[in-house]
Write a protein that binds this ligand. Sequence first.
Ligand code: UFG
Length: 325
Amino acid sequence: MKVLVIGGAGYIGSHVVKALLKKNHEITVFDNLSSGLRQNLFKQNTFIHGDILNPAQLDAAFERGFDAFIHLAASKAAGESMIVPEKYAVNNIIGTINILNAAMKHNCKKMVFSSSAAVFGAPQYLPIDEKHPQNPENFYGYTKLDIEHYLAWYDQIRGLKYAALRYFNAAGYDPEGELYGLEQNPANLLPVIMEVAAGMRKEMSIFGNDYDTRDGTCIRDYVHVADLADAHVKALDYISAKNESLTVNLGSETGISVTEMVEAARRITGKEIPAKYVDRRPGDPSCLYATSAYAREKLNWKAQYSDIDTLISSTWQAYQKNLGK
Ligand code: UFG
């Protein structure tokens, strides 16, 4: 298939492009390189340096003719979205509307969309399935939920067929070591741990050790980016074969605590990784993990690389390559 991957130079996008190329899809990446990296591009893909806030650039891109598009271009820092919601309203909501309208104009009606577990907010029960109530706790999560609603309307009115993939905590790097572009100023747990292990930061903070969990620190469902990439390929196949839309959770179904992650990183890297306990970070639910039974049933998808050792060792490998080791 000819696929336009919007945000394909980013962390998750580049892993998705790699998985699609392996299945012989013909890929064009559209990215403004605001957080994406040139080093994440493959020589086999065409690249358009464009912005989703520029409808003319999107129009010119879709004019080339695609069978499907994947939309991974978004602002994604939940904390920041509560400080500068305008950025999230514009980049995520207006950007997506621009993409949808350009795609519809050029009759490109198959889409895979990066949604998020952030659409759920604080868990009312665990594991979180697709029917769990949706009450986002931050504006970032709201933008993803809002876009899911747009997609349903575009399906009904314009015949768009989409897969909304709700990622839990994306982590890890290409197990083959080909992709190792690092995100700048990371705030997510595993990159922060790695920066300390690599000597790029002195120490890290663990946000709260008085939660009602097995060791007092927050539990999350970390899902390897290569597993997420595989789900995009399968979602595209599903939409093409069934001609129906789909919304699924993607998680490893395993909860890992912050302390467990830090301790495993010490073991795997052999580094001390100084960590101090500090106050809770506002808006953090104590425990969050998915059931991926629906993804298994519909997409025949199951996480393969999302065990704690592969998550950490693949990320450590990426950091070491950047440090020239
Ligand atoms: N944490 C620390 N210290 C740090 C960074 C994180 O203790 O320096 C803790 C957090 O408090 C939390 C856990 O590690 O308990 C994971 O935090 P992240 O910031 O890595 O991830 P979140 O669970 O907050 O959110 C992530 C993505 C969101 C996405 C969500 C889906 O950043 O975009 O997963 O589950 F919506």
